[in-house]
Ligand binder design. Structure first.
Ligand SMILES: NC(=O)c1ccc[n+]([C@@H]2O[C@H](COP(=O)([O-])OP(=O)(O)OC[C@H]3O[C@@H](n4cnc5c(N)ncnc54)[C@H](OP(=O)(O)O)[C@@H]3O)[C@@H](O)[C@H]2O)c1
Length: 243
């Protein structure tokens, strides 16, 4: 039952996070939006409230531990609790090792891995006090299939998968943990790829087989619609066209 749940979403300003916020708010969730760019968050909040939903936002950089604490605090101040943390923010400046884009490797580790861990650190004490809660993490189909030019990205997403499954086991009986593994999705992610050939390749592949971010949002809704006693561990989804 999604209606009435307080759901914090990181990476809410665009792509999968944005589509999920809209989808869950439409189902009656109270959404707490986080990302670095305030303009995208403010527009999304306006869109949700204009449609009769409830949303608040706070500028959040998931690579900063205190920002996640603040986002979780906003959920509690605004709505009295936190039911779900959807740690979805991700950085994807992929490229071949030969580019030696070491700063990008560091960004992917900081956002994709530490961002998830800092979310756990912020929300776990709240979930423990409530004796209920649900962590949902966005990994990637790349977590299971490493391909050239995406190795550091795939490694961070494999880490998300490992963290999520271990967390699920430690929290079993009290708090649910689920991971979403999307395939190619039509979002802004390829804009952040610096390597020009790779960027072109990705854009061509995207035109052939990317699925919509709304498809991923529906998978998140499916995970949340399960009865209280059921924990969906992992959902992998791709467009029908993606090999
Ligand atoms: N698109 C795909 O094909 C695909 C496939 C599998 C998995 N994924 C995963 O899906 C998730 C969402 O990505 P997307 O495809 O929707 O791409 P996107 O449209 O580029 O969205 C990425 C989101 O993450 C936020 N973000 C980036 N760095 C952040 C930081 N340091 N702190 C807080 N927020 C940050 C961005 O907002 P700001 O810039 O405003 O901070 C944005 O809202 C990511 O975890 C990605 O790895 C994507």
């Amino acid at each position: 039952m999604i209606s009435g749940q307080v759901i914090a979403i990181t990476g809410a300003s665009s792509g999968i996070g944005r589509a999920t916020a809209l989808c869950l708010a439409e189902c009656g969730a109270k959404v707490v939006l986080g990302a670095r760019h305030e303009d995208g968050l403010a527009r999304l909040k306006e869109e949700i409230t204009a449609a009769g939903g409830q949303a608040v936002y706070r500028v959040t950089d998931v690579s900063r531990r205190e920002d996640l604490q603040s986002l979780v605090g906003l959920a509690q101040q605004s709505f009295g609790r936190l039911d779900v943390l959807f740690s979805n923010a991700g950085a994807m400046p992929i490229g071949p090792f030969d580019d030696l884009a070491v700063d990008d490797w560091e960004t992917m580790v900081d956002v994709n891995i530490k961002g998830v861990l800092f979310g756990i650190a912020a929300a776990l004490p709240v979930f423990r006090r409530q004796d209920s809660g649900h962590f949902i993490h966005t990994a990637s189909a790349a977590a299971r299939k490493t391909v050239p030019n995406q190795v550091v990205y795939a490694a961070t997403k494999a880490a998300v998968l490992a963290i999520s499954d271990g967390l699920r086991q430690e929290l079993a009986g009290h708090i649910r943990v689920s991971t979403i593994l999307p395939g190619f999705t039509d979002t802004a992610f390829s804009e952040h790829v610096r390597n020009p050939e790779l960027k072109e390749q990705l854009q061509k592949a995207g035109a052939k087989f990317a699925m919509s971010p709304e498809a991923v949002a529906r998978a998140v809704a499916y995970v949340l619609e399960q009865p209280e006693g059921v924990n969906i561990g992992e959902v992998t989804l791709r467009s029908k066209a993606q090999p």
